[in-house]
Design a protein around this ligand. Sequence first.
Ligand SMILES: C[S@@+](CC[C@H](N)C(=O)[O-])C[C@H]1O[C@@H](n2cnc3c(N)ncnc32)[C@H](O)[C@@H]1O
Ligand SMILES: [Zn+2]
Length: 406
Amino acid sequence: MVEEGFKTDFPSETVKEGKVKAVVPKLAAFVKQPSDYAPSKAPVFYNPVMELNRDISVLAFQAYQRVVNREIFISEPLTSSGVRGIRFAAEIHGVKKVLIGDINEKAFKLAKHNVYLNELQDRVTVQHKDANCLLSCHGAPRKRFDAVDVDPFGSPVPYLDSAIRALRNKGLLAVTATDLAPLCGVHSKACLRKYGGKPLRTEYCHELAVRLLAGCIATLAAKHDIGILVVFSHCTDHYVRVYVEIDYGAKKADESVKNLGYVLHCFNCMHRETVKKPFAKRVEKCPECGSKMDYAGPLWLERIFDKRFCELMAKENRRTPFRNSGKIAKLLFIAKGEAEAPITYYVLDKISNKLGLPMPSVDMMLQILRESSFQAFPTHFNSRGIKTDAASLTVQRLLLKLVATA
Ligand SMILES: C[S@@+](CC[C@H](N)C(=O)[O-])C[C@H]1O[C@@H](n2cnc3c(N)ncnc32)[C@H](O)[C@@H]1O
Ligand SMILES: [Zn+2]
């Protein structure tokens, strides 16, 4: 049954996404000049490009539900048109209730209408509330959620503390950060201020962005005697996304804090290494070329993908005919390999440019590294990237050998 008499006071259209339909702003009507970013110009935010992000959330929450094997209660406190939360209720098996909310009244009304449109009033509740307020109302035992999806504009940091407190033990937190300029080192001070870690403008800055966000979540969770485990993460288009399972207990928090540390980087020879303790003079000099090294952190040095969780998501993806299923299958396949790969990656084009050499294919470079008894993995962070335990100068020597013999 559709709510009678509902009409938006802005140009809108009905779209289909996953198994649901939703009334959303007609984006073309909000572009006045070519530089306009239509999703932000509309009175209610809607970005069709984020469908992939929402598809992956559906898969991750479904994988989580299969693991816990009970009915789950989900919240999406910054919902906009409601499409994400409505998809959770419509597409994930074993969802008892979904609570969504938005501070924008037009978004709240639209989300409410979209719930009606999909006849999900009995399972999806919409609140016109500030996200922190909504989450804080669910911070007490027996009121908490199994999963919370924080998908804001820019930085998710203002909502993390209340999101962590609103999760039950072993609950799943999904977080988007679109503020890649701070996280990737363009605005270093903003990153330090918001995330508590120093970024670095390296070729692997997107992985550092995920690790800075995860490190920030670990630090905030530890204050509540909660530990974390990152089960999945990805960097796609203009954002990073992490999926974190929380684990109650002071010991778990201590263990998780031990996983924080620094990535040291040499801008001369591209050497990189990780250290857990604040570094001494000894490690400030690059062991490969002797130059002074810079650093990123504190950030999360533990895994940012769980192999088993990636497999479960891939299984769900095979069952679900999304528009983006092919893309997601590829992402999950690479991420599964990355789960056990060394931290950071080399970008072949950057090395080739530095050495003034032609660019070899990623497959050939992976092969020569493996033939030389090193680990070598492609990475979803960069299609020309390689994760390896070979030292920087060894990678450069092998690349030289490869192009010389080609
Ligand atoms: C990026 S949009 C959400 C997109 C949505 N998650 C999706 O997948 O389509 C961010 C939303 O957060 C809402 N918002 C901003 N500040 C808020 C706050 N303090 N509390 C609740 N909602 C807020 C905005 O009105 C906007 O609708
Ligand atoms: Zn060096």
